[in-house]
Design a protein around this ligand. Sequence first.
Ligand SMILES: Nc1ncnc2c1ncn2[C@@H]1O[C@H](COP(=O)(O)OP(=O)(O)OP(=O)(O)O)[C@@H](O)[C@H]1O
Ligand SMILES: [Mg+2]
Length: 286
Amino acid sequence: MNMRSVMRKLSGRSRSVSGPRSGPLLATHAPDAGPDASRGVMLYLEDITVSFDGFRALNALTLYVETGELRCIIGPNGAGKTTMMDVITGKTRPDTGSAWFGQTIDLLSLHEPEIAQAGIGRKFQKPTVFEQHTVFENLELAMAGDKSVWKWLTAKLTPQQLERIDEVLTTIGLTEQRRARAGALSHGQKQWLEIGMLLMQNPQLLLVDEPVAGMTPQEVERTAALLTSLAGKHSVVVVEHDMAFVRTLAGSHGRVTVLHEGSVLAEGSIDEVQANPKVIEVYLGE
Ligand SMILES: Nc1ncnc2c1ncn2[C@@H]1O[C@H](COP(=O)(O)OP(=O)(O)OP(=O)(O)O)[C@@H](O)[C@H]1O
Ligand SMILES: [Mg+2]
């Protein structure tokens, strides 16, 4: 055996040892293959610490998200919610800790585009739809991924692709608006279209940061129904301040995680966390 294959073997081994604590000892595989969620856990964050000039935005954060789970994350301003999403998507590198996508994908070894490719979709607060294009075209573009726009314009959609777009239009409730220009949609509809664009990439894990800010009460209600309908097929992590919205999303059984000063302060059903004295003190009693 030459030195290179010995090194490869060694590095494979050391990687598997630092893998998810409850996971099997496997070497990482190509992210393109998607996550292996066979243990029922889609996301492992363990002892994640992120410091900005000595200030700990995340402080030994440990959190697990199950396959198909809809998890709500709440917490006061500055608790570290967005920083957590930045770590998962590769935008911010932690000082310490580990982050695994399923059993085999070491997120800390991948760059942002590779993480998206592996199946993690992120919805930012500000919708970034192509305003000049129709709803349908936006979904078509999203499906094309990194293919050039020219290729997309000249490509003929297969029946399967057309079916997929129809399916996503139904999911996001924009079938009637399929020919409308995205720029003419309401704020809420744009948000749903952007969720639809993420869905075109078939992510296993969807991260959604404050989806209902600026929405009308009716739009908030429909967004809750949309995100709830995605759970099961996808794991969904929703960061949100709006407690009524979180209550609707989590229902009586869904797990809610409260972050505070970069760590998990409490986790449980919405009733459990709302009754937790520590939570009342730092967040709900504000
Ligand atoms: N790039 C950065 N440089 C310096 N400090 C940062 C950076 N990003 C975040 N922080 C700080 O880290 C802490 C956590 O920020 P983060 O945005 O993760 O909180 P959050 O829970 O998402 O808050 P909010 O509810 O206001 O969105 C804050 O004190 C913030 O000022
Ligand atoms: Mg934030």
